[in-house]
Design a protein around this ligand. Sequence first.
Ligand code: PLP
Length: 358
Amino acid sequence: MDIKILPLDETKLKTPPTDDFGFGNKFSNRMFSQKYTPELGWHDATIGPYAPFVLDPATAVFHYAQEIFEGTKAYRRPDGNINLFRPWENMKRFTNSARRMAMAAPDEEEHLAAIIKLIELEQAWVPTYPGATLYIRPTMIAIDSTLGVHASKSYLHYVIVGPVGPYFKGGFSPVPVYISDKYRRAVRGGVGDAKTGGNYAASLLVGEEAQAKGYSQVLWLDAIEGRYIEEVGAMNICFVYEGAKIVTPPLTGSILPGVTRKSVLELGCDLGYEVAEEMIDVHEMLADIQSGKVTEVFGCGTAAVIAPVGKFGFQDKEYVINGYQSGPVSKHLFDELTGIQYGRVPDRFGWTLTIEVN
Ligand SMILES: *Cc1c(COP(=O)(O)O)cnc(C)c1O
């Protein structure tokens, strides 16, 4: 793939923040984009100025939500070089999401090459601040201008990047999670295992209800029986039994297959924990919290890496986990995973791709 690199307007350059990062509202000066049509295939691969799009009001994505995205990060290593964490997994998932949403998919190697080129050009935007990273957001939207309900013929694929601060500002602190008894996120056969915007749109109302009750995240139950644990808003979920066994629900089709989830299972096993993918009944799980059998619960996803759960709210009752303290297994996994991601500990799994910038 030939990527055309466009010059930037030197008078309009933004400078990277050094401490006040926020999350998801600051972006670098450049973006990658390319287009697809059946006649030309993928074409016009360009890294140019970060800029708005001009789109026809009838553009397909606005009406029928044919869109997918990814989320991964670039980490500043102690030697000044930059790590990507299992980016091949994100490229593969982008292809799978595209297939489910009946979209053309870019070549995975070319997609990754475009991301690497963008990071090389925007290397000054990869923070050196502890715990901060450069968030990478590949996106693809359907851009036919028609109200007809069918898969679009043309697509716009783009990648934007922006620095994000540490997820936990006050240290590694537990979050309160609300278990929704009324609404469901996804059902087997639906699009729950695709990273597509509509899944998030469907979760916002419950998110607001949870916030109003004092919870920061929502845990979803399966849509058929309303009984089995699925995942948290943008994270998969793991339960620690008696400090020794890590359990997460199996990928039944309605759960997003997280890269962090997969890494936790592989790393957990390597660190000597028993790991298992098992259906988890919400009532049994809550009883196991009350009896002390469940010693820790944590969410896992690219944003927080590991997010300890302090308590669950379910049907107007509260279930506090480990006295609302984060536990040793969560901390162990967090330290090991972030150690590998930032290149502070040797990567014995071949998970990192290092971009040499100095
Ligand atoms: C992205 C995402 C996750 C976490 O996936 P990672 O690859 O670990 O970041 C989990 N659940 C949902 C719904 C997601 O969109």
